[in-house]
Design a protein around this ligand. Structure first.
Ligand SMILES: *Cc1c(COP(=O)(O)O)cnc(C)c1O
Length: 373
């Protein structure tokens, strides 16, 4: 069948840089032990309570799951003092980005995001035929507030960005967040992706729900159980919307049974167990500081290497040489990282914070990779 049959928007889509599995690296490079630090997964082991719950929940695979994730929505609503009908769960927060674009965007409508950015913030709008304006981060890899305000002042259909930023690691601080939101027309849908919120320890990080509550236009805040909660393989994320009508609309455009039964059981346990989360957050923050220091020390001898401060479970590094080359050399050492492929950032890599052993392994591999030649 000729591919011209398919929509040009679909044919032109760039592929999502989804990374490579540990197994394929093991096979290709013949390394016994592969450390996967390319996808910001949780490296601190599974939550034992989730594993137990999954075992005893193997009861009823023949029954469809609750399409509305009622129990989960109530959990989130209670935690934030909001109405359960303003909460929506999805098959990963990705699926909610997709549903939002599906519901909100028509051909040639404008979307504003940042660069470098999470690939799907661009790919899903493009799939709808929208045009995506990417506002570059500053050279220090911070949000460029004046340029962002300029871009939203023109009244795009949607503003979407992650805070903390993936892959930059920076945050848009409360004052700046408020200024950006205030510059948005009530006709712009604001989507704030907070996939890494749990890892932030800065007092300047905005309470987005508090700030957005007073905004007259539509908004959606996205969160995920894939990172700090350690459920990436089960695919659970959720959104909190300004209005129950947005939730109802998203429910109608997406597939109805999007969150499977096992995922719902696991999420209910994960969201009500503070111990595992606390452990993961402490270990990640400690590892982040240690790895940042290690990289700073390395960068003293190799000034072309730049490491950027991060509020998330990863660090962004400008290696000064093509990132795909660095990724290749690290894989030969059994370490998977994410080479950034976006125009302007082709020498950047992103590495997930792991256990201290993981982080040491990465630093050793980087030292022997030619980055430090
Ligand atoms: C990892 C990540 C997500 C999470 O996606 P899920 O579909 O929930 O696994 C969403 N947004 C950003 C920016 C991410 O980095």
């Amino acid at each position: 069948m000729a591919v011209d049959f398919f929509r040009p928007e679909a044919r032109r889509l760039p592929p999502y840089n989804a990374g490579i599995s540990a197994e394929s690296v093991r096979r290709k490079y013949g390394v016994a032990e592969v450390v996967k630090l390319g996808s910001n997964e949780n490296r601190f082991g599974s939550n034992p309570r989730v594993v137990d719950a999954l075992k005893s929940a193997a009861e009823a695979p023949s029954v469809y799951p609750d399409p509305n994730c009622t129990e989960l929505c109530e959990l989130i609503a209670r935690a934030h003092g909001i109405a359960p009908d303003t909460v929506i769960f999805g098959n990963g927060s990705e699926s909610l980005i997709e549903a939002t674009c599906h519901a909100a965007l028509a051909t040639a409508e404008r979307v504003v995001t940042v660069s470098p950015s999470f690939g799907l913030h661009e790919i899903f709008p493009l799939a709808m035929g929208a045009t995506v304006e990417k506002v570059p981060m500053t050279p220090a890899l911070e949000f460029d507030l004046p340029r962002l305000i300029d871009a939203v002042s023109a009244g795009p259909q949607m503003l979407i960005f992650s805070n903390p930023s993936n892959p930059a690691g920076c945050i848009l601080e409360s004052g700046d967040f408020l200024r950006l939101i205030s510059a948005c027309s009530p006709r712009t849908l604001i989507v704030v992706d907070e996939a890494y919120l749990e890892y932030v320890d800065s007092p300047l990080y905005p309470n987005s729900l508090e700030i957005l509550r007073n905004h007259p236009g539509p908004w959606l805040v996205l969160r995920t159980l894939s990172k700090a909660y350690g459920l990436a393989g089960l695919r659970v994320g959720y959104g909190i919307a300004s209005d129950a009508r947005i939730v109802s609309l998203l429910q109608r455009v997406r597939s109805p049974f999007s969150v499977n039964s096992a995922a719902q059981v696991a999420a209910a346990v994960a969201l009500t167990d503070p111990h595992y989360l606390h452990h993961v957050i402490c270990e990640t923050r400690r590892g982040r500081a240690a790895l940042f220091d290690g990289l700073k020390t390395l960068a003293r001898d190799f000034p072309r290497v730049k490491v950027f401060a991060s509020h998330a479970n990863f660090l962004c590094i400008d290696t000064g040489i093509p990132a795909t080359l660095v990724a290749e050399r690290l894989m030969a050492e059994g370490v998977i990282i994410k080479p950034w492929l976006e125009p302007g950032y082709e020498t950047f890599i992103r590495v997930t914070i792991g256990t201290s052993a993981d982080n040491e392994r990465f630093l050793d591999a980087l030292r022997s990779s030619g980055v430090c030649a």
